[in-house]
Design a protein around this ligand. Structure first.
Ligand code: SF4
Length: 132
């Protein structure tokens, strides 16, 4: 039985038909109009990740996430995060701080949308071709 959908309806619970009525705290305390407390809606944040794919000598650069953030301690390609969808030129400029030079980028894949409980990641992957 789907209790929440058929018996314990938010506006009109059928307590007389409810198999849990003997143990229901809301009914026992006369608070069926107030329990359960509805949780507030979770605010979902959009994040824009730009992964830089850097290959050298048959290897690929990886970076360990150490920040107090999602995926802590996992490895990933070097990452630039922007506050909105960014152009290739904007990503290249932002990558300068990370790499120590302004890279020449080529779009590899994305945007890929990855939905987490509180965040939506919009990920793009860029191949670093060299320095500009
Ligand atoms: S007894 Fe409790 S759980 Fe059952 S319908 Fe009433 S309020 Fe809901």
């Amino acid at each position: 039985m789907e209790l929440g959908a058929t018996v314990c309806l938010p506006r009109n619970p059928a307590c007389g038909d409810c198999p849990l009525s003997g143990r229901c705290i809301a009914r026992k305390e006369g608070r069926i109009d107030r329990l359960p407390v509805k949780a507030g809606k979770t605010k979902v944040r959009d994040r824009y990740f730009h992964y830089l794919i850097i290959r050298s000598g048959g290897r690929i650069w990886l970076h360990q996430r150490t920040e107090k953030d999602i995926w802590r301690d996992l490895y990933q390609p070097p990452l630039v995060e922007t506050t909105s969808a960014a152009t290739k030129a904007q990503v290249a400029r932002r990558a300068t701080d990370l790499l120590g030079y302004q890279p020449i980028l080529e779009a590899l894949a994305g945007p890929v949308r990855h939905v987490l409980s509180h965040q939506v990641i919009h990920a793009r992957f860029w191949t670093v071709l060299g320095r500009s």
